[in-house]
Structure formats: structure tokens, C-alpha cells
Design a protein around this ligand. Structure first.
Ligand code: ADP
Ligand code: TYD
Length: 211
């Protein structure tokens, strides 16, 4: 059992395999006897899931870029207070499908340079980073093909197309350099089992260093 909590986030463009791989990692860690909480953003708590519907459905121009940053951060604050912090305090491993790095990329880059605003609000209202961030890196054309294969109403950012996804990919790789201590970059172009094996190995190494 883990005595100390561990906070793991997954990042990457739409369709890179995050949802698939968070489930695989949770299975791997539970088999080792860890208590694992699997969650996602935007969402993860009741209030944050309500905000998720506001930001991911409806007219893409519904919110200004600044209002959108406030909404994603509000959702994160609720998620942190009600789910993430209590779970970490109880010594659990929290695996979160997207966290603040997604806001740094999607809100910080896609509608002008608002990275400074995102970071200021993050410092003021969130103030935590994951212990480990798994970046699943892959070709945006392939990722978009995968993402489009799914059904659903939450298409806002996927709808921006390949050029945005390309900018996001480059941005995420730059972020991995900026926060090289916590980021591990995984090749998402491999088959599902190979990606899972790389992610499990990276996580096991972090857990081994913790004890
Ligand atoms: P994300 O959460 O990053 O958007 P998903 O895990 O939902 O990505 O994956 C998008 C789609 O691609 C799903 O249909 C999933 O089954 C498929 N997929 C995920 N990983 C791989 C992979 N390594 N190779 C091929 N298809 C994959
Ligand atoms: P997600 O459900 O992870 O989508 P996918 O499985 O397709 O990757 O996230 C939904 C969308 O929300 C995704 O397009 C990225 C966007 N998003 C932001 O724009 N900012 C954020 O802070 C977060 C957490 C997500």
C-alpha cells in the first residue's frame, strides 16, 4: 500500500489515448495493492462536472477567452477541494485525465497568448502541480482520426482541427521541457499494450524513488 499519496496527470492532444491509458495504469497500480482514484478534468466532482457541460457543449463562441479560463479554473478548484486533496491526504494515488497543463495549452495558446493569465490564476487559486505528468505524444492527424471515431456532443476543441492540434502538440512538448522534473514523454503512436507498458514503467520508477 502507498503510505504517501501520489498525484499523476495525463496530458496530450485529443485522441492520443489518455482515457484508454489512465484505465490501464489504474489496473496496474491496483494489482500492486495501491488505492487508486481515477478522475478527469474538466470535471471529477459534482460541481466541476456541471461546469464541464458549460465549457464543452454549445456554441464555441459562448465564452470569451478570459471567461473560459475562469470557468476551467473554477472547475479545477472544486475538484481539488472535494476530491483530489482528500484522496492524497488519505495516501491514495490520484490519476487525473488532464489537469492544469491543459489550461496552459488550450486556453493559454489557442486564442492569443494568455499563458500569463492562466499561470497567475493557477498560482492564486490552485497552487499544486502533479508529482508525475504522463504526456502521450502523437501525430495530430492520427489523433484526430481516433478522436473523430468516437460519438458524442463534446467536440469543441476537437473541432478546431489539425492545425490547433499541431500547435498543442508542439506546446505540450515545450511544457515537458519546462517542467522536465515531473514530465515523462511517451510515444503514443505504438499499439495500446506497448504504450501501457511504457507508462507503467515510468510510474513504477517514480513510486520506487518515493519509498
Ligand atoms: P483521449 O482520451 O486521449 O482522447 P482515447 O483513449 O479516448 O483518447 O482514444 C481515442 C480512440 O483511439 C479510442 O477509440 C481508443 O480505443 C483508440 N486508441 C487509444 N489508444 C490507441 C492506440 N495506441 N492505438 C490505436 N487506437 C488507440
Ligand atoms: P477530454 O474529455 O480530455 O477530451 P479528449 O478525450 O478528447 O482528450 O477534454 C475535453 C476537452 O477539454 C479537450 O478538447 C481539451 C479541453 N480542455 C481545455 O480546453 N482546458 C482544460 O483546462 C481542460 C482540462 C480541457
Amino acid at each position: 500500500m502507498s503510505k504517501q499519496g501520489l498525484f499523476i496527470s495525463f496530458e496530450g492532444i485529443d485522441g492520443s489515448g489518455k482515457s484508454t491509458q489512465v484505465a490501464r495504469l489504474a489496473e496496474h497500480l491496483r494489482a500492486q495493492g495501491h488505492e487508486v482514484v481515477l478522475t478527469r478534468e474538466p470535471g471529477g466532482s459534482k460541481g466541476a462536472e456541471e461546469i464541464r457541460a458549460l465549457v464543452l457543449q454549445g456554441d464555441p463562441d459562448r465564452w470569451s477567452a478570459e471567461t473560459e479560463i475562469l470557468l476551467f479554473t473554477a472547475a479545477r478548484r472544486d475538484h481539488l477541494e472535494r476530491l483530489i486533496r482528500p484522496a492524497l491526504s488519505a495516501g491514495k494515488i490520484v490519476i487525473c485525465d488532464r489537469f492544469a497543463d491543459s489550461t496552459r495549452m488550450y486556453q493559454g495558446l489557442s486564442r492569443g497568448d494568455l499563458r500569463g493569465v492562466v499561470d497567475s490564476l493557477h498560482t492564486l487559486m490552485i497552487g499544486v502541480e502533479p508529482d508525475l505528468t504522463i504526456l502521450i505524444d502523437m501525430d495530430p492527424v492520427e489523433g484526430l482520426k481516433r478522436a473523430k471515431g468516437r460519438q458524442g456532443t463534446e467536440e469543441r476543441f476537437e473541432d478546431f482541427g489539425t492545425s490547433l492540434q499541431e500547435a498543442m502538440r508542439t506546446g505540450f512538448l515545450a511544457l515537458a521541457e519546462e517542467f522536465s522534473g515531473r514530465f515523462r514523454v511517451i510515444d503514443g503512436g505504438q499499439d495500446i499494450d506497448a504504450v501501457a507498458a511504457d507508462i507503467c514503467a515510468a510510474t513504477d520508477a517514480v513510486l520506487a524513488a518515493q519509498t
